[in-house]
Design a protein around this ligand. Structure first.
Ligand code: ADP
Ligand code: MG
Length: 251
């Protein structure tokens, strides 16, 4: 169980003044294996919250725990994916995937074995020797997801992972991510700007208010799984999208 308890954050300027309240106290829980989408206006503190959950940022207030253990620094049980793949252009796909292992001092054989296993899981079997410049945007994002999976984390955090992709690639990536999540039973929290994407993917959608972000709504998405692309045209899907939009736009 992942618990966010009364977490708030303000950024302080370099001279110690000009505090900016980025995140109002926020509390919620995510059950193991649940897929939660986080949605809210730009600048409301979504990335800040995700960085706190990842242990990359210490909150001004509150605590995040995973199975009762406080998260105070990055850990292997939590994988993180950003909008940009941030691959190293001079390293092959396989070497990019293996980077976290290399930094942790794993031997070459272990690195190759584990990176190859992840390569299959992200559907890029034949591309281990390719360089990032040879990949499409969608493929590069797959590698970024693979790199986050290298330690087989229990929790996957994704910050607008498909935001830079074209619409068709994005749909395919949504389907593939859901399949990966379903087969590996991970807990996932994904930030997205797209209401449709949130409803399509999530078990639950958390709606945040404008900065300083607070939790405005916590909506269960009761659509059956596996989800199919044609579901977005169904009336119940439309009703959920409408409900979230109203929550985002309400004063
Ligand atoms: N390192 C930082 N220093 C100062 N202010 C920041 C920093 N990171 C983010 N902010 C500010 O905090 C607010 C929330 O940012 P962010 O979490 O990135 O929002 P979101 O991801 O919802 O768009 C914004 O006003 C942003 O400018
Ligand atoms: Mg952001």
């Amino acid at each position: 169980m992942l618990r966010v308890e009364n977490v708030a954050h303000h950024f302080v300027g370099p001279d110690g003044t000009g505090a900016l309240e980025a995140l109002a106290p926020i509390s919620f829980q995510v059950r193991p294996g649940e897929f939660v989408c986080l949605i809210g206006p730009s600048g409301c503190g979504k990335s800040t919250l995700l960085r706190i959950i990842a242990g990359l940022l210490t909150p001004s207030m509150g605590i995040v725990t995973l199975d009762g253990m406080p998260i105070r620094k990055p850990q292997r049980r939590v994988g993180l994916v950003f909008q940009q793949s941030n691959l190293m252009p001079w390293r092959t796909v396989l070497d990019n995937l293996a980077l976290p292992l290399e930094l942790a001092g794993a031997d070459a054989q272990t690195r190759t074995l584990q990176a190859n296993a992840v390569l299959q899981r992200i559907g890029l079997g034949g591309f281990g020797g390719a360089y990032p410049s040879e990949l499409s945007g969608g493929m590069a994002q797959r590698v970024a997801i693979g790199r986050a999976l290298i330690y087989n984390p229990d929790v996957l955090l994704l910050d607008e992972p498909f935001g830079a992709l074209d619409a068709l690639t994005r749909e395919q990536m949504q389907l593939d991510l859901m399949q990966l999540w379903a087969s590996e039973r991970k807990t996932a929290i994904m930030v997205t700007h797209s209401i449709t994407e949130a409803v399509f993917i999530a078990d639950r959608v958390l709606v945040m208010s404008r900065r300083p972000g607070r939790l405005r709504a916590d909506l269960t998405i009761p659509l059956p799984r596996p989800r199919r692309l044609d579901m977005v045209h169904a009336p119940d899907f439309g009703a959920l999208v409408h409900q979230i939009r109203e929550n985002i736009e309400a004063p």
